[in-house]
Design a protein around this ligand. Structure first.
Ligand code: SF4
Length: 387
């Protein structure tokens, strides 16, 4: 059986941890490092801290200087450890260290690309589809992805704390009997304490027509120490499904493997969403490595997202054409479970659209001409009544 994780030299890892802890005036202590609250209290948030962590480029220095006003920066020590301090094109670094290109506004860029604000009956609740809602429990995350589709909200401190909003949210859901599915998502719901999360999930589960609770979280990648047996017990109690978020195989560390094992052993269904990012994962082998690593820790790659056209993310986005090429390089070339659905969240609120047109060569009079992974053509004929 293959190792679950990307190989890591333990000696090198503890030396780097010493360096990281020294930036905060502390020495490395394994127990403290593995405490998620210690990790949260020792996040990299200030330019001076990043200057000690990495050999910064001019674009990064300027990005860090302006980011405090635009979209906050935060990186957990756990995630900081994965960054190559000498490589500005490190795929982990590109995800969380701002660059001055974030100031550029390209054609088609939007502050709310998914059109969520338009479908929001109250702050922190999005009700677009009749049977499901998105609930934003918090507006903070363990670290901030530079391509975040909700950068207008997360880290901005604009959402009232949940205790002030929860009664109104529950009352709304009780009245809307058509809602059967609630997705709690970023800011990251797994940053709530076990008790508070248990309370929220309990109130939602108690609504008779709510039958499905999902949480979208990047905590297992940014802060795997947060995944404890107590947290897993809360998630299991409320029969929650988890959508995780990973962009590169280097994120699947021994700590992440342990967290995913705890969740999977606890019976929590695990899927992963990956955002396609230029320089991070826009080649077939990198995506394959990631998806294979996820399967090894029992996480099913679910969606590969075309990066949303959020203002200031042009430098991180690829073309749709490139995304289609990558999917062609995956489909049929690896285990089917390792191939997610490639989707665009249609800008302006059109919802997720799977991009599969490249496999349909022609479709006329009930005859579909399909291209398989090897580039060969096959036909499928519709049933007679549809031809
Ligand atoms: S974890 Fe999600 S919500 Fe938080 S910054 Fe990243 S993409 Fe945005």
């Amino acid at each position: 059986m293959k190792e679950n994780t990307v190989p890591a030299d333990p000696l090198k890892r503890s030396a780097r941890r010493e360096e990281i802890c020294r930036i905060f005036g502390e020495s490395y202590d394994r127990a403290r490092w593995n405490d998620w609250r210690w990790q949260m209290h020792h996040r990299f948030i200030k330019p001076e801290q990043f200057k000690q962590l990495l050999r910064l480029t001019g674009a990064e220095r300027r990005g860090l200087a302006m980011s405090q006003e635009k979209f906050a920066v935060a990186v957990t020590p756990h995630f900081a450890e994965l960054i190559d301090p000498n490589d500005p094109s490190c795929p982990i670094r590109l995800q969380v260290v701002p660059r001055e290109e974030e100031l550029l506004v390209g054609p088609g860029d939007m502050t709310d690309p998914c059109g969520e604000d338009h479908d929001s009956p109250m702050p922190g609740l999005v009700h677009r589809y009749p049977d499901r809602v998105l609930l934003l429990a918090l507006d903070t995350c363990a670290a901030y992805c530079r391509y975040c589709t909700r950068s207008r909200l997360v880290s901005q401190g604009g959402l009232d704390p949940l205790p002030r909003r929860v009664d109104a949210i529950v009352a709304y859901l009780e009245q809307h009997t058509e809602v059967r599915d609630v997705l709690l998502s970023g800011g990251d719901p797994l940053l709530m304490s076990d008790d508070r999360l248990d309370d929220l999930l309990g109130r939602l589960s108690a609504i008779p027509h709510i039958e499905f609770l999902r949480i979208g979280s990047r905590v297992p990648s940014f802060l795997p120490q947060r995944v404890t047996p107590e947290l897993v017990a809360v998630l299991r109690k409320h029969r929650v499904w988890l959508s995780l978020h990973f962009c590169h195989a280097r994120e699947i560390t021994p700590e992440v493997a342990r967290a995913c094992d705890l969740l999977a052993d606890g019976g929590i269904p695990l899927g992963s969403q990956t955002v396609l990012l230029r320089g991070v994962n826009d080649d077939v082998q990198t995506l394959k490595d990631l998806f294979h690593a996820l399967l090894r820790v029992r996480v099913r790659p679910y969606y590969l997202y075309q990066c949303d056209p959020v203002v200031g993310t042009g430098h991180l986005r690829t073309s749709v054409h490139r995304g289609m090429e990558l999917m062609n390089g995956l489909r049929g070339h690896t285990t089917g479970y390792a191939v997610p659905t490639y989707v665009i969240d249609a800008p302006g609120g059109g919802g997720k659209v799977p991009i599969q047109a490249e496999t349909i060569l022609d479709y006329q009079n009930g005859h579909v001409s399909l291209r398989n992974w090897a580039g060969q053509a096959y036909s499928y004929v519709d049933p007679a009544e549809h031809a």
